[in-house]
Design a protein around this ligand. Structure first.
Ligand code: ATP
Ligand code: MG
Length: 141
């Protein structure tokens, strides 16, 4: 299945308040996954890499998706505070790329998506989630 289509299925499951950490090497597909997720959540907003802007927002019918990329950030600083305020707020879904620097702000109660390159065009996707978030993978093929 295409990474984007898989992500779209997850996007449909989101209820608001979730935090997703996306982990891969450079160009591993984190932003591509986010694109599918945002579409699945019902947003038509254009998803792009927030590497230079640090964060982007996409409007979905039930919540706003805030997409962070901490790749270029030396220390979390004010962005960490911003992230901290979003966590657990049902009006937001938070997606984080390169989250190492905000490790202590990321809630334990989060979904982790690992994207492993298995070829130029293929990825192996591993999803980890706490038991209370099992709804996220329900009915996903
Ligand atoms: N199966 C696949 N899943 C995801 N991306 C794929 C796949 N096959 C090819 N690609 C390509 O790999 C690239 C992934 O780039 P993307 O920006 O999504 O990665 P990223 O992890 O966000 O990178 P960065 O670490 O720079 O933020 C895209 O050009 C995408 O088209
Ligand atoms: Mg990216």
């Amino acid at each position: 299945m295409k990474t984007e289509q898989l992500a779209e299925q997850f996007g449909r499951k989101l209820r608001g308040g979730e935090v997703l950490e996306l982990v891969s090497d450079l160009g591993g597909g984190k932003t591509t996954f986010t694109r599918g997720l945002v579409r699945g959540a019902g947003s038509t907003d254009k998803v792009g890499s927030p590497t230079f802007t640090l964060s982007r927002e996409y409007t979905a019918p039930k919540f706003t998706i805030v997409h962070f990329d901490f790749y270029r950030l030396g220390e979390a600083g004010i962005m960490g505070d911003e992230l901290d305020e979003l966590v657990g707020d049902p009006a937001y879904v938070t997606v984080v790329e390169w989250g190492d620097i905000v490790r202590d702000v990321l809630p334990e109660h989060r979904v982790t998506v690992l994207l492993n390159r298995t070829g130029d065009e293929t990825r192996h996707v591993t999803i980890s989630y706490p038991p209370t978030m099992a709804y996220i993978i329900e009915d996903i093929a």
